[in-house]
Design a protein around this ligand. Structure first.
Ligand code: GLU
Length: 313
């Protein structure tokens, strides 16, 4: 029997959704629905300092307002990463049993760069000095009281993912990615481990997200295979960009909360569809009406500049 098609929304509730997030959500939904697939809404709320329940509620409300539905997930806590630690613990132990995990005491700045889900990492290459500490040196550091982060050791291997929109994308894991953090020093599991475990455990077969995460796809596919799963198909999309590059959740003017005061959900869906190349001009439409005309061939590969003050609306 064929594996059922399942896409996902995987927002981090660290702020309100902005237009770029919504575009990714719309395309993830269209990609799955056009194939007759299901959708999952998973809240990536691992970091209690950066994420808040009220943002999670607002995100779910914004998706529903736009006309994007889901079959499983939020608000069930089992679909929020904060409720899934036992699964990450198990994956961590599996990797540790394979002899691939080691403690790392590199600086905080390096740790943050390596655990963030966005490019710019790694700040140092595969050969982290902590990988070469002797057992006695490790014991001495642990005794000195500084808590380590935990890294997984990557092999000399090139991993290629066939991105559904950008084509084959290869990384030499040692050169392009390096050993990476799977659990932070504060005990919180890192994005790369959590997202890989979840995509696998939730039966996600299609991952659609911004192309800033394309560089994470090979290591996620590698982790999923190592943990005994089959990687999903990946389709990355171009980013909406403002004067300072990729839109950020700090840009209040483009947050869905602000947009919702001025436009109808159909007008916004039509505008997003126009930006994504699915409509020749912005006109009111429901996401459901776009299912029949959705095709990745129409979506541009170059990033899409927009006016941050008006959102082009
Ligand atoms: N939670 C991540 C973010 O909002 C996206 C993770 C993913 O799609 O893999 O940036």
């Amino acid at each position: 029997m064929d594996t059922p098609i399942k896409g996902r929304f995987a927002p981090s509730p660290s702020g309100y959704l902005h237009l770029g997030n919504l575009l990714a959500m719309l395309l993830a939904w269209l990609d799955s629905r056009a194939l007759g697939g299901a959708m999952v809404l998973r809240m990536e709320d691992l970091d209690p300092v950066r994420t808040r329940p009220e943002y999670a509620r607002a995100i779910a409300d914004d998706l529903a307002w736009l006309g994007l539905d889901w079959d499983e997930g939020y608000p069930d806590p089992a679909w929020c990463q904060s409720g899934r630690t036992a699964l990450y613990d198990r994956a961590f132990r599996t990797l540790d049993d394979m002899g691939l995990v080691y403690p790392c005491w590199c600086s905080r700045a390096q740790r943050l760069a390596a655990s963030a889900p966005h490019p710019g990492e790694p700040s140092y290459d595969g050969s982290c000095p902590c990988a070469h500490l002797t057992e006695a040196e490790r014991t001495a550091r642990i005794a000195a009281g500084r808590l380590p982060a935990w890294k997984v050791r990557v092999p000399r291997q090139t991993v290629t993912v066939s991105d559904g929109h950008y084509g084959p994308y290869a990384q030499d894991l040692v050169r392009d990615c390096g050993d990476f953090i799977i659990r932070r020093a504060d005990g919180i599991y890192a994005y790369q481990l959590a997202v890989s475990v979840d995509d696998m455990a939730m039966g996600v077969t299609r991952v659609v997200r911004g192309r800033d995460l394309l560089s994470s796809a090979p290591r996620q596919a590698w982790l999923i295979r190592l943990l005994g799963g089959t990687p999903p198909a990946y389709c990355h999309l171009p980013l909406l960009t403002g004067a300072e590059g990729k839109l950020s959740k700090r840009l209040g003017s483009l947050s869905t909360q602000a947009l919702r005061r001025d436009v109808t959900p159909q007008a916004l869906a039509g505008h997003l569809a126009f930006l994504a190349g699915l409509l020749p001009a912005p006109e009111p439409v429901t996401p459901r009406e776009l299912v029949g005309i959705f095709s990745w061939d129409k979506v541009p590969r170059e990033d899409i500049p927009i006016d941050e003050n008006t959102a082009g609306l």
